[in-house]
Every structure is written in C-alpha cells, then in structure tokens.
Ligand binder design. Sequence first.
Ligand code: AP5
Ligand code: MG
Length: 214
Amino acid sequence: MNLLLYGAPGSGKGTQANMLRDRYGIPHIATGDMLRAEIQAGTPLGRIAQPILAAGHYVSDDVMIGMIRNRLSQPDCSEGFIIDGFPRTIPQADALDILMDELGRGFDRVLYLKVEIDELLRRLSGRLVCPMCQRTYPPRTSKCSAEGTALIQREDDKEEAVRPRIEIYLEKTIPVLDHYRGEGLVSEIDGTGTIDDIKQKVLAALSQNVSLNT
Ligand code: AP5
Ligand code: MG
C-alpha cells in the first residue's frame, strides 16, 4: 500500500501517519522529519536546511527530490509507504511520477486533510514534538509516550515562521493537488474534529480502495 498524505502545516498529517504506520506496518516517510534529523545531526545538509526551515521557506527541489529518491529505494519500503510532506511543488510531483514509474509502483490513495487557517494557527502555536522520534503531541502533553523524553516546541512553530509556512503552502503546494485530482486519487477529508474522528474518516477513505491490502 502506497499512500500520500497531503495538507497544510498543522493539518494533522504526522498525527494520522503515525496511526497508519502502526496499523499497517509500513514506514512513515516525512521529509520534514528527515530534514530535522539532518539538522540535529549537524550534517552539511542540516546546516544548509536549518535557516530555511526556521524561516518557514522550502528547501530546493533538487535536494528534496534526491532525498526522496534515496529513501524510497530502501528495503523497508518494499511493502509500501506513507509519504508526508512531499511533493510540495509541481517539479517535485513530476519527479515523483518518474520515480514511482521506475519503481513500478503507483499510489493507492492521496489523503487530503483539509483544515481552515484559524484552526491551523491554533494547532501550530500549541504543538509539542519529541526531539528523539519526532512524534507530535497536543498542548500540555508532558512527555513522549514512546521515548519518555521531554517534549519541545519546533523552531518553525514560532509565530514569525508560521504565517510564511502557510503562505508558501497556499502558493506552491495547493496546485500540486490538481496533479493528483486528475488521476482520481484524492480523498478529501474534513480535518477538523477529534484526532479519533479524523482517524475514522481516514480509515473509511482507505476502505473504499479496492487495492487495499489489510
Ligand atoms: P513538515 O515537517 O512537513 O511540516 P508541515 O508540512 O508544515 O506540517 P507539520 O508537520 O507542521 O504539520 P502536520 O500536518 O504534520 O500536523 P501534526 O500532525 O503535527 O516540514 C517542515 C519544513 O521542512 C517545511 O516548512 C520546509 O521548510 C521543509 N520541507 C519539508 N518537506 C519539504 C519539501 N518536500 N520541499 C521543500 N521543503 C520541505 O498536527 C499539528 C498539531 O495539531 C499537533 O499538536 C497535533 O497533536 C494537533 N492535532 C492533530 N490533529 C488534530 C485534531 N484533529 N484536532 C486537534 N488537534 C490536532
Ligand atoms: Mg508533520
């Protein structure tokens, strides 16, 4: 099963991807998490990416396409994957088409979590993350349920980065949806409600998929 999670910053992609990973046992490939791991490790890419993420801008298409190409060819992707945060631009979407063809794979579904801007701002201002495994948590959670570590605020959840992130999403990433709508792959899901409500909607969208292998 090959899934693509699509939605604005704070729409719940990571939250639902964690649920899907645990349920289906396929890797969650989140380009934002991968970039933050590079930053944390202090790699050359991490040093380039750090100010870009902190400002809420996008890392270059070339870098991101190379990163996803490398990741999807890893052995743990052989039974499927959940991509979160890629493609974010039309050139990235075109490159992913080529890569999927090369791999002889196709997406089973694109899950689009639709959330209004006011709610996105509210969620991002309170979001906490685990610095070890990158799982996300609602405000006032004390520690990571998997790692037991103290949670932190993401640098790009600070007020000055949140608006640019949403603006760049509207400008560059919303058009990517049409790329997949044309292929009839998109399930649009109202992403407001409790996390469990959204989970049920996500699972219902997947259960309509004839090629789903559960
Ligand atoms: P990335 O990490 O992908 O960030 P994002 O797209 O901005 O999305 P978020 O992770 O902020 O939100 P989410 O949808 O995962 O929401 P979550 O589940 O955490 O990318 C970061 C940066 O990396 C980019 O800005 C860019 O610089 C760079 N980058 C990454 N990929 C790139 C690419 N392809 N090209 C170029 N640059 C790239 O939920 C948010 C909060 O809401 C949490 O607190 C959660 O607990 C809570 N919540 C979730 N669901 C609900 C609900 N139903 N009700 C109430 N609260 C909820
Ligand atoms: Mg995320």
